[in-house]
Design a protein around this ligand. Sequence first.
Ligand code: GSH
Length: 221
Amino acid sequence: MSRPPTILLANLGIPTGTGPINPTTVINAFMVIIVYRPIKARNYATQAVANAGNLKLELVSDFDFPALKPTLPFGQLPYLEDGDVKFAQSNAILRYVAKKAGLDGSDDLAKFALSEMLIEESVDISNLLGKCHYAPHKAEAFNEFFAPEGTLAKHLAYLENLSPNKNTAGGIAIAATLDLCVALEATCLDNFPKMKAFHNELISSSAFDGIRDLPMYYSRD
Ligand SMILES: N[C@@H](CCC(=O)N[C@@H](CS)C(=O)NCC(=O)O)C(=O)O
């Protein structure tokens, strides 16, 4: 496949000149997500969905955030640019990329419903990780979260009853979120064979090529 044309980031509708982005930054003319840092966090599942759908998605983090902030819809990142389509909110971005990749499951209502449910479940688990990460007693919060009868185990017990579809955004999002959990507690899936196998299968698939070794945002210390 030939390499796509390159464009100047200055052409993406982001203020330049005295603005935040170095106008000499050159990127590929595909979907661009502006992020703080390329890490395993809000955009991890979105990147995997783009990979699974063979969509080119660039993460750009070379900018001056204070200058960019007033130009963003809610003053926050991530922010996606796909030609004339420009918007924020990480889960809206995930769903947009899923739709564009043909991985939103919308060819079948039951598949779509399961995918959507699993996207929301992955957001719930990610939010719980965030709560632990920012807890005043962070180590204790994570220990409780990962305890054998802890909060994650309760979520996993429910997930164990489901059959995520690996070719939908919801399946990929759950695998990505479980991957964040495994990075923080290597044995956390051991009592949940179905979810463990699902995570192993997805994480070793090409959807996670180039991203599975990104640095983690959340940490236990
Ligand atoms: N609901 C938003 C939250 C976005 C968010 O909290 N972004 C943070 C970085 S991860 C941010 O831009 N913080 C800087 C600020 O609020 O000034 C989403 O899911 O995208």
